[in-house]
Write a new protein. Structure first.
Lengths: 317, 301
């Protein structure tokens, strides 16, 4: 088991290495060499040479890559091109709590809605209920979630006035949990829908598989109530494969957060990313692309390890 | 133990049909039995023909500004109302449909070509080539696609043609994995070994023996991918990074609709472009699912 975890972790390293090479290559694709972005264009030839030397721009490309990677690993993502001198890491750290809050909330919403629905569907398969939920999840998969956000803003914020149209909190108001929750509900729900359809489907098929097992029949034969059979013997086993899907859903989730933050003017990482795209602030774009990819790799890794830990039937050598 | 009774021979009672049914006819019949898919295909055909015939259908120009008629509700003159520049919304939806559908189809065509080529090479030749290509696929799949798309569109400021290229270059990995899997399992089948023993070239084996057998899953994934490219394009255009105004696309029509006054007074403006995206993607998903069931020999009715 321990060797499996170690081997899996080591296998993630070349992946991260590859991601860093691609990220670096994309930075170099950006138009204009870094000097033109950082310097006064009227600078003389000799001064330009000095500048190039100082920032290591005369080094061979692979030395530049390793220098960049080295500082990246130490958490130094460079400084913003637009907000002169502000470290990218500081900009990201300022926004990170908002994004985490949003993502945790919507994961919670997705779980409390999808898992029970999936279980219900599996325990009454091929009924009207099952088909209606399947149709709904088809609709969910086809709905652009920024548009869903727009529609909900139109209905519940603009016309009914039940929720604010965006932001994390009321401006110039004292901190209150209720106010924060009030702002969280719509964006949290919209982001949750990104994964809800997949999660429900997955839970349903996983439960259907479990319900066919011998131990379910045995549990029924022992005279347990059906609800107890399903909840105690079924759900526990049915949840195992669902845990892995969380890791696999992380890319859609992070991507969804970018769009949802834009729709709801939610000042998180995603909004920072989009604003930086419009300002051509390449260091911020690259740092965020790298970090989100690292999260995806880590998510997959954790999902794999959890799967191994939870399911004792699988032996890992 | 008694001999098991032989099944009564009914063959002489029913003459065997002279003509064998072609496999595509069977696929077609299976597909037609799926009502949702037939509905999806019909609806999609309607959207495509309306988009192509746009200049014949509407008398308005998609880009001409008419400020006297801005934000008109749906009426006899403007069936779906007008936008904040007085442009007819139905007209813009039809012309926008051309762009969105074209980006969807061509991007997937590109992605499928790249993915099939890479998957075929990896699966057929195996070994180090396979390992390198598949690690590259792993790496590309680890970068959340929206980040990659936004970064690339920021750098290149693409027009429609380059945008299609960007979608193709960032969307081929799923197909590559799928095709590799098919090739891995097909390359050791008897018919492939047989043609190898008679000296058929690798190229010919790949193109005329293995690829046709791997077409079914490729078609299914292509169909489903068109839907997801349309969704991604609409998201990018909504953010203002995809199709640039004044050219209409379903996504960029929603960009301007997010405005308090418009949301308060002109519900039709944000509603219809989103519905078009939803219906189109839904149709592609219905068709893709039905194709999967029809083309998969393991699924029997």
């Amino acid at each position: 088991m321990v060797t499996y975890i170690i081997r899996r972790t080591l296998a993630a390293i070349p992946l991260l290495f590859g991601i860093s090479i691609i990220s670096f290559a994309i930075i170099r694709l950006a138009p204009g060499d870094p000097t033109s972005l950082l310097m006064d264009p009227t600078i003389s030839g000799a001064d330009k040479e000095k500048f190039m030397e100082k920032y290591g721009l005369n080094d061979p490309i692979y030395i530049q890559y390793f220098k960049w990677l080295g500082s990246f690993l130490q958490g130094d993502f460079g400084t913003s091109l637009i907000r002169k001198g502000v470290p990218v890491s500081e900009m990201i750290m300022n926004r990170l709590p908002n994004t985490l809050l949003l993502m945790i909330t919507s994961t919670f919403i997705a779980i409390i809605i999808s898992i029970p629905i999936g279980i219900l569907q599996a325990s009454r398969p091929y009924t009207r209920l099952d088909y209606s939920v399947t149709t709904l999840s088809f609709l969910g998969l086809a709905t652009p979630n920024f548009w869903l956000g727009l529609m909900l803003i139109m209905a519940f914020a603009v016309h009914l006035g039940w929720f604010p149209t965006g932001g994390v909190a009321t401006l110039n108001a004292d901190f209150s949990i209720w106010d924060r929750l009030h702002h969280l509900i719509l964006p949290g729900f919209v982001l949750a829908t990104a994964d809800m359809a997949g999660l429900t489907r997955y839970m349903r098929s996983s439960m259907l598989e479990v319900l066919k097992q011998d131990y379910m029949r045995t549990a029924r034969a022992k005279g347990f109530k059906e609800s107890k059979v399903i909840m105690k013997h079924g759900v526990r086993n049915g949840l195992i494969p669902v845990i892995t899907i969380f890791g696999l859903m992380l890319p859609t989730f992070i991507g969804g957060a970018v769009i949802v933050e834009k729709v709801f003017a939610w000042p998180g990482i995603g909004l920072l990313f989009i604003d930086s795209a419009f300002q051509r602030d390449y260091p911020v774009l690259m740092a965020l692309t790298m970090i989100s990819s690292v999260f995806v790799v880590l998510g997959n890794l954790i999902a794999d390890i959890l799967y191994a830990l939870i399911d004792p039937r699988i032996e890992y050598k | 133990m008694t001999q098991p009774k032989l099944a009564p021979n009914n063959l002489h009672m029913q003459p065997i049909s002279e003509k064998r049914e072609s496999i595509w006819k069977i696929y077609g019949q299976k597909f037609l039995r799926n009502k949702l898919a037939v509905f999806g295909a019909a609806f999609l055909l309607m959207i495509i023909s309306l988009a192509i015939l746009a200049p014949v259908i509407t008398p308005y120009s998609p880009e001409k500004i008419d400020l006297l008629n801005k934000l008109q509700p749906p009426s006899k003159e403007h069936w779906l109302g007008t936008d904040e520049f007085g442009r007819d919304l139905l007209t813009r939806l039809l012309y926008g449909g051309r762009v969105s559908l074209m980006v969807g189809f061509l991007s997937v065509l590109g992605a499928i070509t790249i993915g099939t080529a890479i998957g075929a090479l990896a699966g057929y030749f195996g070994g180090a080539l396979d390992a390198i290509l598949m690690r590259f696929v792993d790496i590309m799949l680890s970068i959340p696609s929206i980040f990659l798309l936004i970064t690339l569109t920021t750098i290149f400021q693409p027009g429609v043609d380059k945008l299609i290229l960007i979608f193709a270059l960032t969307g081929w990995m799923g197909t590559a994995r799928l095709v590799r899997g098919e090739f891995l399992s097909l390359r050791s089948r008897e018919f492939v070994l047989a043609s190898r023993t008679i000296g058929t070239s690798n190229g010919k084996i790949i193109f005329s023996h293995i690829l046709p057998n791997a077409m079914a899953p490729i078609i299914v994934s292509a169909t489903l991918n068109v839907g997801s490219v349309i969704l991604a394009e609409s998201a990018l255009s909504y953010l203002g990074l995809g199709i640039q105004p004044p050219t209409a696309s379903w996504g960029n029509m929603l960009q301007n609709a997010q405005n308090f006054t418009i949301l308060l007074k002109a519900w039709w403006y944000p509603l219809f472009p989103g519905l078009m995206i939803l219906m189109t993607v839904l149709c592609f998903n219905f068709i893709g699912d039905a194709l999967r069931d029809a083309l998969d020999p393991k699924v029997n009715d």
